[in-house]
Design a protein around this ligand. Structure first.
Ligand SMILES: Cc1cc2nc3c(=O)[nH]c(=O)nc-3n(C[C@H](O)[C@H](O)[C@H](O)COP(=O)(O)OP(=O)(O)OC[C@H]3O[C@@H](n4cnc5c(N)ncnc54)[C@H](O)[C@@H]3O)c2cc1C
Ligand code: FES
Ligand code: FES
Length: 495
């Protein structure tokens, strides 16, 4: 069955739209069609958070609110969800929402441009369950920039308002909203437009997606749109054929397997976090610094891989872990080691009409030591200059096998073959002997100068990260190796 409308819940009503443009953003819908000007446009590229709205989604049958950047979210992506914008927060008599009230009383707003976005991010934290601590507030606000107030009063307001017991109208209507969202989930394919001139399609099954994409290999696949959205808003590209992946049942599947974990391509970075935590704590720290909450709420593992950016954050870590990538075209499927997918800058081993279905990430064995480190100019919401990931197999104090991968050092995310072989049989108790191995990185990589970092800085940083990984693996560091992202063993050592 196919329907030619996008349906979502807004202000307690089901909105059904048949005239949705393939490239129409949620922000344009709110401001231009609904004249709801509370949601602001700042950067139009997902960075400032001024356009943040909340989307209510059913996760395992329960209702969850996630912050989303409306500027780079396509309107078609909110099918089956509840839309909450800043105008929707006030109570029936115009009373401020508890989050708004706290921001007002704590003087958390000056010019006010960032305030609607900040309030919406805090609205999602207000509904996240449990009393929010400072770390949770800081993480929630990492994707919201405020140029004039300073964050202290905003953080104080959040700590007061987000006390774990939501008492607003959304909490009161929770059961009803859950029921209505479940009713919207009809499992139908969506197709709006014309096969020739252009369309917005949102298949509901992997089979329907495979058929449609083989028929239209020139269409643009869109998962979270945290890359594609910018092609529209910043590069002003017209993308006449859009296939949305967010409704494809099975693509967001995540499960434990005999070897480790399977992640469907449509699993978002936020959804992946618990499974990544079960693999290694460094992956959680990496995810915490992957964009802000708005980016992680919709950005997907498949999108990060398929985009193939040399500075994409998940790839070096997944490659070092020994991840297998799965692809499908029509009925044909194939798999490969993730590192083989990246051929050259902007070129991946993906045929026309072929898409990523998922990845298998093996769990770490007891003799594995895994580390990954992201280096960027800002701590929060910044793209890496260099990202190093290491998996050492260690037996009786020696490395018997190593997988080393870097981002930001070449035209693609890449394994360090010369360094890996130099690491073989390396004793971990002799830091003097490591220097020659750190130099082997220069055989693997000839990085470039660009606006994020210079070539020399990149190489020296990569060598420093390898040294740090070896120190942590061998327990030989005379000083602490971490200021943030402490692992359980660091905390135990400090106690
Ligand atoms: C503010 C901001 C901060 C960011 N920070 C980071 C960061 O810290 N680290 C980082 O690595 N990235 C970052 N990004 C980039 C982006 O968020 C990631 O690359 C993200 O994982 C992309 O996923 P997506 O689902 O949004 O992809 P989309 O934008 O939907 O798609 C990206 C590309 O992948 C293709 N695609 C998507 N799914 C599939 C599939 N299943 N099969 C085949 N092709 C597919 C699309 O056609 C497109 O070419 C940031 C982006 C923004 C806007
Ligand atoms: S306008 Fe800046 S994130 Fe959307
Ligand atoms: S109050 Fe002015 S940008 Fe935040």
């Amino acid at each position: 069955m196919t329907r030619s409308s996008v349906r979502f819940l807004h202000r307690g009503e089901v909105v059904s739209l048949t005239d949705v443009g393939a490239n129409e953003t949620l922000l344009d819908y709110l401001r231009l069609r609904r004249h709801a000007y509370g949601t602001k446009e700042g950067c139009a590229e997902g960075d400032c958070g001024a356009c943040t709205v909340a989307l209510g989604t059913l996760q395992d049958g329960g209702l969850e609110y996630a912050p989303v950047n409306a500027c780079i979210c396509l309107l078609g992506m909110i099918d089956g969800k509840e839309l909450v914008a800043v105008e929707d927060l006030a109570g029936a008599n115009g009373a401020l929402h508890p989050v708004q009230d706290a921001v007002l009383r704590h003087h958390g707003s000056q010019c006010g441009f960032c305030t609607p976005g900040i309030v919406m991010s805090l609205f999602t934290l207000y509904h996240a369950g449990g009393r929010a601590d400072r770390q949770a507030v800081n993480d929630t606000l990492a994707g919201n920039l405020c140029r004039c107030t300073g964050y202290r009063p905003i953080v104080d307001a959040a700590l007061e308002a987000c006390d774990g017991t939501p008492r607003d109208a959304f909490a009161a209507h929770r059961a009803n909203t859950t029921e209505r969202l479940a009713a919207l989930n009809d499992g139908e394919d969506i197709f709006i437009g014309d096969e020739e001139a252009g369309f917005l399609a949102a298949p509901a099954t992997v089979d329907a997606l495979a058929r449609l994409y083989v028929r239209h290999p020139d269409a643009t696949l869109v998962a979270g749109a945290t890359d594609v959205g910018l092609w529209i808003t910043k590069q002003l590209r017209a993308l006449p054929k859009i296939i949305l992946l967010g409704r494809v049942a099975g693509l967001a599947e995540m499960r434990e397997t005999e070897q480790g974990f399977y992640f469907g391509a449509g699993v978002t970075h936020a959804q992946a976090e618990p499974a990544m935590a079960a693999i290694d704590p460094d992956l959680v720290e990496l995810l915490r610094r992957f964009g802000g909450k708005q980016v992680r709420a919709v950005g997907t593992i498949g999108g990060n891989i398929a985009n193939g950016s040399p500075i994409g954050d998940s790839m070096p870590a997944l490659i070092a872990l020994g991840t297998t990538l799965h692809l499908r075209r029509g009925q044909a499927t194939r798999s490969m080691p993730l590192e083989d997918f990246f051929i050259d800058y902007g070129k991946q081993d993906r045929a026309a009409g072929e898409f990523v279905t998922g990845i298998d990430v093996p769990r770490l064995e007891s003799d594995h030591v895994f580390r990954c480190y992201k280096i960027s100019k800002r701590f929060d919401q910044d793209i890496s200059a260099v990202l190093g990931a290491f998996r050492f197999t260690v037996e009786t104090g020696r490395i018997t096998h190593a997988r080393v991968a870097f981002g930001g050092m070449a035209a693609t995310p890449k394994r360090a073959a010369a360094t890996e072989s130099a690491l073989r049989d390396l004793p971990l108790d002799d830091p003097q002997g490591w220097e020659a191995i750190c130099k082997a990185l220069a055989m693997d990589f000839q990085p470039i100068d660009d606006m994020r970092a210079g070539a020399r800085y990149r190489l020296e940083t990569a060598q420093a990260l390898l040294r740090k990984a070896l120190h942590e693996a061998g327990g030989t560091a005379s000083t602490e190796t971490r200021l943030v992202g402490l692992r359980p063993e660091d905390t135990e050592r400090a106690a």
